[in-house]
Design a protein around this ligand. Structure first.
Ligand code: FEO
Length: 614
């Protein structure tokens, strides 16, 4: 029996799960299974987005037929020719002989390599930026070479703001009835498998992933539909932020990953002693026996943690086999930006330390801890001092915890303001025919009876003048599912330059005739100004609440949550800039001195919210 799920009004998931597969791609264990996602758009034209692996073809074809009903399939889009997504293409061609195949030139070449059917008469070729209209929907194609094969492209539905991301943003694990990431506790239950999927499948191609992330950052994305794992319809800012870490080879955590190869337990003992001593000085450690833990788990951990220790016995005058394979695998996955310590063992001629160093020396930006431990058969008491020294050197390379500064009386540390636990809001107003909105962080309830609030609004914002002239506003309380694009849209551009509500779909009007947000927001409060006070850069408005409504149960965004989970982390760059960076939005002012009265052109914060680029 068919088993599909509705993704959007006219979009259906018609994929399937495989829980019998032992090794994905013949290499990666998938104890929780894997999903092969395919999506079917029922527009004026019927369009299938990719197919599935042969192992689940029966369910897939049943799903496609059930959703199509009495219609035929007009098009299939092939984003990626790897057989886990294209193996059933020939079966599809047999079932729907008039179907066209939307693809690109590189995909055509591979399609002819894999299949015997007539490709040329069916192929509809797309290039970077090409678009294809299906009726109500408009699809734009973006090439994504090496994410994960050279022919890969992704597509973006400009109508529903959906990114069909191919392998990107995928995850190991069968879906188990859920389709959307928000139907499960993804960060708790699936992040490790998502990391293992990313690092092992596309970890090598960080630069190419960065390129596609850069293209994606220019899009307003409401939903991400990957070829494996869950569909993202909210909260994908956190996941994109993880991709930023992984693709730039930036550690997620300052901690030590210890992988050891030990035949009779003596090398393991050296690793254990080191781990205990690291813990004693407060450093987090994780440990893996390379003969027990699959390499894909260890590689994933190497991408997660900042410090890596490899301990190996010497074996056939070389590195122990599993450790040697792991290190070559790690180097092939392009690991970089890590601090590494080495422990070798050998009963007559220990050489594994030197050989491990040779493999890792080929990786970019690896810092070796000076002290190496060379064990002859087993650790001896006089070597405890060597391990202590190794711990000392590892600790010295860990970022220091911020020390509590002794601020003399009267001194001002502007960063203290960031410790305030205020939220973030979209403030909307309307003057004549013109609507506008901006981001503020200063909405406070003043009294309960009557219900009154205050808002402080920067005079540089166009919304400020509208409220001053009309005395009416709405505050949309932003929730944790608000995407970064929403902050960019309302916070990083001026209503004097653009109409922020032109074509903006996630908004409705409240009783006062003003817009409020229906997505990325959990409540709306309408205010009628009863008093306005001038405070220099800002005006403080006191207002009676005229309407208040709950929109969703998603928690409110705090300033801290925005910085930790929504605002993308700055990407490392070789280019050294001289200037000042806005701590709020990341805008860079180029120049040695920042004028004291400078206002950020993007987010309208003042000079006090800039810090010098070091
Ligand atoms: Fe899921 Fe690269 O295939």
């Amino acid at each position: 029996m068919y088993c599909y799920r509705k993704v959007k009004e006219d979009l259906y998931w018609v994929g399937a799960n495989d829980r019998r597969l032992a090794m994905f791609e013949g290499v990666y264990s998938v104890p929780d299974g894997v999903s092969y996602n395919s999506y079917l758009l029922m527009d004026e034209k019927t369009v299938l987005f990719d197919t599935v692996d042969k192992a689940v073809s029966d369910t897939f074809f049943e799903n496609v037929e059930a959703v199509l009903g009495d219609r035929t399939l007009d098009y299939v889009i092939i984003h990626h020719m790897e057989p886990d997504h294209s193996a059933t293409l020939d079966g599809l061609v047999r079932r729907y002989p008039d179907m066209k195949i939307i693809c690109n030139e590189k995909i055509v070449v591979m399609m002819k390599q894999f299949f015997e059917f007539d490709v040329d008469s069916r192929a509809v070729l797309m290039k970077e930026g090409s678009s294809f209209n299906t009726g109500k929907h408009n699809l734009v194609f973006v090439m994504a070479p090496m994410v994960h094969w050279p022919e890969v492209m992704v597509s973006y539905d400009t109508t529903d703001k959906i990114l069909f991301s191919a392998d990107a943003f995928g995850c190991f694990g069968a879906l188990n009835g859920a389709l959307f990431a928000d139907e499960v506790d993804f960060m708790r239950d699936y992040l490790d498998e998502a990391r293992r999927y990313y690092t092992n499948i596309v970890g090598k191609y960080g630069t190419q992933v960065q390129a596609i992330l850069k293209k994606a950052s220019a899009l307003e994305i409401d939903m991400i539909c990957p070829l494996h794992g869950f569909v993202w319809r909210k909260g994908h800012g956190d996941f994109i932020s993880k991709y930023m870490h992984w693709s730039t080879y930036t550690p997620e955590e300052n901690a030590v990953m210890i992988a050891y190869a030990s035949v009779y337990g003596h090398t393991e003992n050296a690793a254990e002693v080191l781990a205990c001593k690291l813990r004693e000085v407060g450093i987090k450690t994780v440990m893996f026996d390379v003969s027990v833990t699959p390499a894909s788990d260890i590689i994933s951990a190497c991408f997660r943690y900042s410090h890596l220790v490899f301990a190996s016995t010497t074996y056939n005058a070389g590195i122990f086999v599993n450790m040697e394979a792991l290190l070559h695998d790690l180097a092939a996955h392009n690991i970089q930006n890590r601090t590494v310590a080495l422990i070798e063992n050998g009963s007559w001629a220990p050489t594994s330390g030197k050989l491990m160093r040779e493999i890792l020396s080929g990786c970019k930006n690896i810092t070796f801890i000076d002290t190496e431990l060379s064990v002859k058969s087993s650790v001896k008491a006089d070597q405890m001092a060597v391990i202590d020294q190794m711990v000392k050197e590892i600790a010295a390379t860990m970022p220091k915890k911020t020390e509590v500064s002794q601020v003399p009386a009267g001194e001002m540390d502007a960063n203290a303001m960031f410790k305030l636990s205020y939220g973030l809001f979209v403030l909307t107003a309307k003057e004549g025919d013109k609507d506008n909105g901006c981001i503020i962080n200063t909405t406070v309830q003043l009294t309960d009876t009557p219900k009154r609030i205050t808002i402080a609004v920067n005079k540089a914002n166009a919304t400020h003048d509208m409220i001053k002239n009309t005395g009416v506003f709405n505050v949309s309380v932003l929730s944790t599912d608000a995407p970064f694009q929403m902050f960019q849209h309302f916070g990083f551009q001026s209503g004097r330059d653009v109409d922020k509500f032109a074509g903006y779909e996630n908004a409705q009007r409240s009783a006062n005739g003003l817009y409020y947000l229906t997505s990325g927001s959990n409540a709306v409060i309408s205010g009628q100004v009863i008093e306005a006070r001038d405070y220099g850069t800002h005006t403080l408005f006191v207002a009676d609440v005229t309407e208040a409504r709950i929109i969703s149960d998603v928690p409110s965004v705090t300033y801290q949550y925005y910085f930790d989970h929504i605002k993308p982390k700055p990407q490392p760059t070789d280019e050294k800039k001289v200037g000042w960076i806005c701590k709020i939005c990341g805008f860079v002012y180029e120049g040695e001195e920042l004028p004291a009265d400078y206002i950020c052109p993007l987010c309208k914060h003042g000079a006090e919210d800039f810090e010098k680029i070091q």
